[in-house]
Write a protein that binds this ligand. Sequence first.
Ligand SMILES: Nc1nc2c(c(=O)[nH]1)N=C([C@H](O)[C@H](O)COP(=O)(O)OP(=O)(O)OP(=O)(O)O)CN2
Ligand SMILES: [Zn+2]
Length: 124
Amino acid sequence: MSNLRLEISKDFAFDAAHYFEHKEKDHPFSRLHGHSFQGTVTLSGSPAEDSGMVKDFWEIDSEIKALRDRLDHRLLNEVEGLEHPSLEAVALWVFERLDAVLPGLVSVEIRRPSCGEKAVIRRG
Ligand SMILES: Nc1nc2c(c(=O)[nH]1)N=C([C@H](O)[C@H](O)COP(=O)(O)OP(=O)(O)OP(=O)(O)O)CN2
Ligand SMILES: [Zn+2]
């Protein structure tokens, strides 16, 4: 059993607008537009003896909700730390903030399903 690794994941979703300043003026990506985003937060650890849980999903969810409120129905360019709001930047932004409050965090994945795109930040 010692070479096994247990991971638990929680999904979330948000809708947000953004634009890219680095694109030329008439490029579609430089114009304000929106996407539906999905995310997955993954923690690794051992289940506690008294609960059988690595971490209560309810507690994970409350940390995710606090961050989600800062992204959902926002203009991402106005969010501190997301001045260049690529999928990669959003994944890193979420990882850095959850890492401070969720011990055992191993990865954050942010997806844009309508485009078939995702960015994953993994520890290690
Ligand atoms: N490496 C990256 N490349 C691009 C990113 C990114 O975040 N990382 N982002 C974009 C733009 O956000 C662009 O809007 C994506 O557009 P597109 O793939 O054309 O998808 P739609 O606009 O059609 O998406 P809908 O959500 O279905 O409207 C480009 N490159
Ligand atoms: Zn976009």
